[in-house]
Unconditional design. Structure first.
Length: 265
């Protein structure tokens, strides 16, 4: 069966918890922007099939937890490549974003780069020697998150019943990368991501021997690590998102693609 040809995918990653809240509040008004298809992704650990499509929604046989975001992103890209013949790439988005749809179209029509997003450091980076990402650094964010959300460890959809998150507190020393709010990966970058991640069986808890850390439990860090380790450089663009109400109200309609509503919550 032939695949539908598209220029790209606007990939909005969510979960069952937010399907009837964030997704209904912040859903885009259209299913297509130029030739970019909008797809909302939700995990269902217990469904029998690897994926199923219901309108604009893709349900993945995947843990639906915060810590499994990278797996959810990778699986959605893998299966959407089977459904669509994708020319350009994926715009990966969170589910807590207010879109400026005019600026979204400008982005779709404009130039793009293999790994393209907005960093806190406001600079491009190309790592020619992966050794600079060693030794690892300590990062307590995910362990702290699960301490404040202990119910997540008991949710059967999350498959975390026997996981001690305090074991996963080191990650590669990455100088800068795209914020996980919203970023773009070309098909070249997607190929790199899937090849690398499938080689470790899409295990977010995989211990990386090169850096002696666990890069993949932080989705944005994990993607950056995979890109840099495989020679893909990062291009910074300070027009992807903002997260301060005053700035948004004054400038977002003329500048940013999205406003990150949940930034400080």
């Amino acid at each position: 069966m032939s695949r539908t040809k598209v220029d790209g995918i606007i990939l909005i990653i969510s979960c069952q918890k937010h399907k009837d809240t964030r997704l209904k509040r912040f859903a885009l008004s259209k299913s297509w922007y130029n030739n970019y298809k909008v797809v909302y992704v939700i995990g269902d650990f217990f469904q029998p099939e690897p994926y199923k499509m219901e309108g604009d929604y893709m349900y993945l046989k995947c843990e639906d937890s915060y810590v499994h975001l990278l797996k959810k992103v990778a699986l959605s890209m893998k299966y959407l490549r089977e459904i669509y013949e994708i020319k350009e790439g994926f715009l990966r988005c969170g589910d807590d974003l207010e879109f400026n749809e005019d600026n979204l179209i400008k982005f779709i029509e404009g130039p793009k780069f293999d790994y393209y997003g907005q960093s806190w450091h406001k600079k491009n980076i190309k790592i020619t020697n992966p050794e600079v990402m060693k030794p690892p650094i300590r990062d307590m964010f995910m362990a702290s998150y699960f301490r404040s959300h202990p119910e997540d460890l008991k949710n059967p959809q999350f498959n975390l019943q026997n996981v001690n998150m305090d074991k996963y507190v080191t990650r590669p020393n990455i100088p800068t990368y795209a914020s996980g709010v919203i970023f773009y990966l070309s098909m070249k970058a997607v190929d790199v991501l899937l090849t690398h991640f499938e080689a470790i069986h899409m295990n977010v808890f995989h211990h990386d021997t090169f850096t002696n850390s666990t890069p993949y439990i932080w989705e944005d860090c994990g993607i950056a690590y995979i890109m840099y380790y495989n020679g893909i450089e990062f291009t910074d663009g300070q027009m992807f998102w903002c997260g301060v109400d005053g700035v948004y109200r004054a400038n977002a309609k003329s500048h940013f693609i999205v406003y990150h509503t949940n930034m400080n919550k």
